[in-house]
Design a protein around this ligand. Structure first.
Ligand code: GDP
Length: 335
């Protein structure tokens, strides 16, 4: 008898809690938002089901924000810059959420972005929400959680979402494919110059900001602007007709922040006018669908005990030239 009653009760209690949490989140309750994101990040089965329910409730209320991706090496001044930007935005009555994708959390457990106390001023504002990078074993997993966190933040009324990352592995591509505008922070001079820039990053950037353009650094920053402009000049134009802007800023002295926000406004006007804003978001949705399918298929395949057992011996056969890589794959895939 009790087996009949309990599941219903649980379901009702569960349902109530999903609704409660979601309603609090919708009213802008920061702790409800935090809790919901924690559920998304959890690997516990029950939490996952709970998180799914919250997400599907949040989905109709999502999408109404500007999503800004920011990348730059550790020490380039991301926290300081985002804080300056955030303070500017909240003065303008915007609500700002700062999320992060830290690939190092999956590689070394230590986190490049999350460990230090960051954005101390911004965090005090009730119009700001700052969340460190989720942990995860794969970048795909970390990115998925951040994408879902974006949906929750938007449903909670945040209309400006910043997703930051460091330029490690494919994390920049992940951030680029979940944001509307991609900003590359660079330093003038040695260590972070044009030569060291990864292929593809320049193409991804909608704006390049030479940061720390203050004090003795100003002249070098102007020189870096010229170099980046020249480099961009010889690159193919962006498909949606946007010209990447290069400028200087100082997060520390809060210089250049207005210019960055003006550039974002221009970009918005431009991409709304030619419909590329929506097209990019649609494209991102499709991309994440396929990405998620691929991740699932892959982990489902490799997690099969049979495959785990046979893989090592087939790898040995491969290295002993008893079999080609293609034959080996066919065998494991059962083709
Ligand atoms: P992140 O690792 O990219 O998040 O960089 P942080 O914002 O933590 O900054 C790294 C260091 O650079 C800190 O010591 C900051 O005080 C300093 N810094 C950040 N922004 C600026 C800036 O605009 N100008 C100068 N001169 N220093 C800065």
């Amino acid at each position: 008898m009790s087996t009949h009653i309990n599941p219903n009760l649980n379901r009702r209690r569960r349902q109530l809690t999903v609704d409660d949490l979601f309603n609090s989140l919708r009213q802008g309750d920061i702790s409800a938002l935090s809790q919901a994101i924690t559920l998304i990040e959890s690997t516990n089965r029950e939490d996952t089901a709970f998180a799914k329910a919250i997400l599907s409730k949040a989905l109709p209320y999502s999408g109404n924000s500007f999503r800004l991706g920011i990348t730059g090496v550790p020490g380039v001044g991301k926290s300081t810059f985002i804080e300056a930007l955030g303070i500017h935005l909240i003065k303008d009555q915007r609500k700002v959420a700062v999320l992060a994708i830290d690939p190092s959390s999956s590689i070394s457990r230590g986190s490049i972005l999350g460990d230090k106390t960051r954005m101390e001023e911004l965090v005090k504002s009730d119009r700001a929400f700052i969340r460190p990078s989720p942990a995860g074993t794969t970048l795909g997993g970390v990115a998925r959680k951040t994408r879902e966190a974006i949906i929750l933040c938007e449903a909670a009324g945040y209309d400006f979402i910043v997703v930051e990352t460091v330029g490690v592995g494919q994390s920049e591509t992940a951030v680029h494919s979940m944001t509307d505008f991609f900003l590359l922070l660079k330093l003038a001079g040695a260590g972070d110059n044009l030569q060291g820039i990864k292929r593809g990053i320049m193409e991804m950037a909608d704006m390049i900001v030479i940061n720390k353009a203050d004090g003795d650094n100003k002249r070098a920053a102007q020189q870096a602007v010229r170099e980046f402009k020249n480099a961009l000049h010889v690159m193919p134009a962006k498909t949606h007709g946007w010209t990447t802007l290069v400028t200087t800023a100082s997060g520390l002295e809060q210089q250049g922040i207005t210019e960055v926000l003006n550039c974002i406004t221009d970009f918005k006007n431009h991409s709304y006018a030619n419909d590329s804003f929506k097209r990019k978001r649609d494209h991102q949705e499709i991309y994440w669908l396929h990405q998620t399918i691929e991740d699932h298929l892959k982990s489902r395949f490799y997690n099969q005990p049979d495959i785990q057992q046979r893989l090592t011996s087939i790898e040995k056969q491969l290295l002993a030239k008893q079999i080609t890589a293609f034959e080996a794959a066919d065998l494991l895939l059962g083709l």
